[in-house]
Design a protein around this ligand. Structure first.
Ligand SMILES: *Cc1c(COP(=O)(O)O)cnc(C)c1O
Length: 413
């Protein structure tokens, strides 16, 4: 049994160096939001920026805004503001398209970089879109290209052979929250002559990431999760400087052209990272993303990491002591190989999560049996963890989760 009390956690909140960050976000009263890993919360300044963009820029300055308000450079400007979160140079990142589309672009480019190699290595537990994109691409190329999937980490060494063009892994697993050793895996891939592509969907803005330090080649990630860029926010892509000149973008759209407004009939790639842009940027979405990056600009990621681990440790301790005997099995690592989420498996995970949401504790459910709780240190308080477990314990003790309404599934879980 835990010896902690709710007052202990109020005390921790009052000593928390990140506590004031919460004031920068809109959060509805009475809700404990543990799903910032699926859709980050709304920064206050985003609303004003969007209103201003619509009313003053689009509404008054119309087409002049591309130059007058520098809409044109938004993908690169947002990329430069995002770069410090992932250990990249400002000229190594752009914000564009979705994570899925960026995966396609970078996987295709990686295969073209290693023309005598035909294999993409990934893991079966990777996020489905990553695997689907790789399947679509290998099928489209149809020249003996292959997706080689491992079941567990121990198989990685054996899978990375001299026929591998690119190793594509998600840095932090979306189900378990388990984190790969980026530097060690990257080294392994390089020793075999392969490139490595990291999916940072659950890493960027959640944990310190050092792409340059790990000598990583390629990366993609989401804007709408821990980066709080808004629903369907543009994603990002990273290409190490040393590779940028040789990359041939498979989607050779005009926004990646050296001189788009020359309207030449032949394609010529832009210098550097910009050649990986494709079509006209989504200005409204990028404005929301940029507002969030500005909200987070002064973040101390070491403090974020320390608090995220502390919140997760606390949640594990409280669930295991206060919900003991109710069938929850921890899926996430207990140690610092855990990202910023904690997952428990439970055979009745789906209705339990629906009952939690009805009780104003918002997490999410992932097939087949995983209750997932994201801990975003920017706006989650220690006392929220106490209160969330309080609701969970009540739901389990009362059996309240087992009602028909909690078994009904919506289109999005
Ligand atoms: C959330 C997530 C995605 C989402 O891709 P979209 O193209 O934005 O739908 C991709 N990969 C991983 C690992 C994710 O967690």
């Amino acid at each position: 049994m835990t010896t902690l009390t709710r007052d202990d956690l109020l005390e921790r909140d009052s000593n928390d160096p990140l506590a004031r960050m919460r004031e920068r976000f809109d959060l509805p009263d009475g809700i404990i939001y543990l799903d910032g890993n699926s859709l980050g919360a709304l920064p206050h300044i985003t609303k004003d920026r969007i209103r201003q963009l619509i009313e003053d820029q689009w509404g008054l300055d119309l087409i002049k805004s591309w130059n007058a308000h520098d809409w044109y450079h938004m993908p690169r400007r947002c990329g430069a503001k995002l770069a410090p979160f992932i250990g990249a140079k400002p000229t190594e990142v752009v914000c564009a398209d979705s994570t899925s589309v960026n995966l396609f672009k970078l996987l295709a480019a990686a295969l073209a970089e290693r023309p005598d190699r035909k294999v993409i290595v990934s893991e079966k537990g990777n996020f489905p879109t990553d695997l689907y994109i790789a399947q679509g691409l290998t099928g489209m190329l149809g020249r003996g290209h292959e997706l080689r999937l491992i079941e567990r980490d121990a198989e990685l060494d054996g899978a990375i052979r001299d026929d591998v063009a690119v190793v594509m892994l998600t840095h932090i697993d979306y189900r378990s929250g388990r984190m790969h050793d980026m530097a060690a895996v990257t080294r392994k891939a390089h020793e075999a002559g392969a490139l490595v592509l990291w999916d940072l969907a659950h890493s960027a803005g959640a944990v310190p990431v050092d792409l340059n330090g790990a000598d990583a080649d390629l990366a993609v990630g989401c804007g709408y999760k821990y980066l709080n860029g808004g629903p369907g926010a543009p994603a990002f892509l990273y290409i190490a400087e040393r590779l940028q000149d040789s990359i041939r973008p498979p989607l050779s759209g005009w926004m990646g052209h050296a001189e788009p407004f020359e309207f030449d009939w032949t394609y010529a790639p832009a210098e550097g990272i910009a050649r990986n842009l494709c079509g006209t940027p989504p200005v409204l979405s990028l404005a929301a993303f940029e507002a969030s990056l500005d909200t987070m600009a002064d973040l101390d990621m070491a403090a974020v990491r320390a608090k995220s681990l502390a919140l997760g440790d606390l949640f594990i301790e409280l669930v295991e002591s206060r919900c003991a005997g109710h069938g929850f099995a921890l899926v996430s690592p207990r140690d610092a190989t855990r990202g910023s989420q904690v997952s428990f498996a439970h055979p009745d995970g789906f209705p339990i999560m629906q009952a939690l949401i009805a009780g104003h504790v918002i997490g999410d459910f992932r097939m087949p049996d995983i209750l997932r709780f994201g801990f975003t240190p920017l706006y989650t308080r220690y006392v929220d963890v106490w209160d969330a477990v309080d609701v969970l314990a009540q739901i389990m003790e009362s059996g309240r989760w087992d009602q028909p309404r909690f078994h009904a599934r919506g289109a999005v879980t």
